[in-house]
Design a protein around this ligand. Structure first.
Ligand SMILES: *Cc1c(COP(=O)(O)O)cnc(C)c1O
Length: 486
């Protein structure tokens, strides 16, 4: 299987060749040259598989340059009940992404799929844990090392650190805005004592951190010498790892392949729901894919109007579902590529227009850039938006009606899912984090503390290891080279 860039000006690459990289050299995102197809017979056979073995079946269609036995060892090491041990009462950790039916009316079941039972209590563990093992495996083969450098406002950084801790050949340098993360998230990251993990608290806001990452990425000499890599959500292996739980959710919610299921996905950078799109393109009988946004409604605007309009950092709202606070959706280009039927010249032109004019318009109206919005329905996409008061109301309502405590991002999902229920089609809402991560808002909604899985009781009291630094690129570069010795 070869991978091509959405902008069509980069040489085709294998899975292993794009594993450690980010953007393609032409600025595009990698996609497989064609989507592998899944037959009804395969789906039937997959109903019986464990999560790890289902992951193997799907990954082997994409990672064709990794031997089967190695992939099997990697998926079995990643998807175990020990890693996903934070399953809640009534859930089976061995199922990795267990379903919980909230209600069933006229055959329109409303179901939660737990994706946050991993080490950092957010769905990013699902892909990042696999990435950690894939990186270690590939680096060992090449006798190489990798220094991951990134910026986080919370979930991504901790998922990356817990996936890479103790891994041979890998160091993580993670910037975060000093004193701007929740106490829980700060404790999760800063309490790690592994010598290959470096937390750098920057005196500034998240955008300052991100600007510093960009500045380092643009310094090619430094980047190459220091073997700098990233693990952001455009990483192709992360997207593929996420495809697996759409299959799992579908198979667990149905008895035969004649049935359809819809998914509602709390969305920010379009990484999670992009995996759902790929599952659907592979032939999984998904009816609707519904993008739920918060106040940062770039995606909802597109799926309602065909207009994609990115926001300036200053126009981005800081909300109580902070992991969805984005100004543009970095994986969106993959869907636009498919919507445009693989016309890579047009993809290139449209995303150049994003840089020069802040967006594009596919509504088909006079003066627009195309009329492909009319085709969006064929891909199953719908959307909706949820605000702070919706989040609070939904958390209260789900607690009162079903006795289940959900986090703020999942609440955005449930709110939007309820607007799109269809008789006869189960609706799965992806649970993207556990409420313990966002206790401040749970307090506001319910007047009490969020439940915490065992082992997280007093993490705020653990000793913390981090460096405080000014928002100064040179200082960070010096810190990195001092610790890599490169
Ligand atoms: C990252 C994240 C999201 C958004 O996922 P995307 O792949 O960026 O769309 C939603 N909820 C939580 C809890 C997250 O951590």
């Amino acid at each position: 299987m070869q991978y091509i860039s959405t902008r069509g000006q980069a040489a085709p690459q294998s899975f292993s060749e794009i594993l450690l990289g980010g953007l393609a050299p032409d600025g595009g995102l990698y996609l497989p040259a064609e989507y592998p197809q899944v037959s009804g017979a395969e789906l039937d056979a997959w109903r019986k598989l464990s999560y790890a073995d289902l992951a193997l079946e799907i990954l082997r269609k994409f990672a064709t340059d990794i031997p089967d036995d190695d992939l099997k060892a990697l998926t079995r090491k990643t998807y175990t009940a020990e890693v996903y041990r934070n399953a809640r009462d009534g859930e089976d950790a061995g199922k990795i992404t267990p379903l919980r039916v909230l209600e069933e009316k006229n055959g329109a079941a409303l179901i939660l799929q737990a994706l946050s039972n991993g080490p950092t209590l957010a769905f990013k563990d699902m892909a990042m844990q696999l990435l950690g093992n894939l990186f270690e495996y590939t680096l060992a083969k090449q006798d190489a090392e990798l220094n991951i450098f990134g910026a986080t406002s919370g979930d991504t950084g901790s998922a990356a650190e817990y996936a890479m801790r103790g891994k041979k050949g890998i160091r993580v340098f993670m910037l975060s805005p000093h004193r701007k993360m929740s106490a829980f998230q700060t404790a999760q990251m800063f309490s790690l004592q592994d010598p290959n993990i470096f937390n750098i608290a920057i005196e500034g806001v998240f955008d300052d951190c991100q600007d510093m990452v960009k500045a380092v990425s643009n310094d090619l000499e430094f980047k190459n010498r220091q073997k700098i890599g990233t693990v952001n959500s455009i990483n192709w292996a992360r997207v593929v790892a996420q495809v697996v739980y759409y299959f799992r959710g579908y198979l667990a919610a149905t008895e035969s392949n004649d049935q359809k299921v819809s998914f509602t996905v709390p969305s920010g950078n379009f990484g999670n729901i992009c995996a759902g799109h790929i599952a659907r393109m592979m032939g999984l009988p998904i009816d609707k894919l519904i993008a739920a946004t918060n106040e940062n409604d770039v995606l909802d605007e597109f799926f309602r109007s065909g207009v994609y309009r990115v926001r300036k950092p200053a126009e981005t709202y800081h909300t109580t579902s902070p992991s969805m606070d984005i100004s543009k959706a970095s994986n969106f280009e993959r869907f636009i590529h498919d919507l445009l039927d693989g016309d890579r010249e047009r993809v290139r032109a449209l995303f150049r227009k994003v840089e020069t004019h802040g967006g594009f318009d596919l509504s088909g109206k006079p003066g627009s850039d195309g009329n492909e919005f009319g085709k969006v329905a064929q891909f199953g996409f719908l959307s909706g938006k949820s605000l702070h008061r919706d989040r609070l109301e939904t958390i209260r309502d789900v607690q009162a009606k079903y006795g289940v405590m959900i986090d703020t991002h999942t609440a955005d999902g449930v709110k939007v899912a309820r607007e799109h229920l269809t008789p006869g089609v189960p609706m799965i809402v992806l649970e993207t984090a556990l409420p313990a991560k966002f206790n401040e808002t749970i307090q506001e909604a319910l007047g009490r503390d969020a439940e915490r899985p065992a082992g997280f009781d007093r993490i705020e009291e653990l000793p913390q290891r981090f460096e405080v630094m000014a928002a100064d690129v040179e200082q960070v570069k010096k810190f990195i080279s001092r610790h890599t010795g490169l």
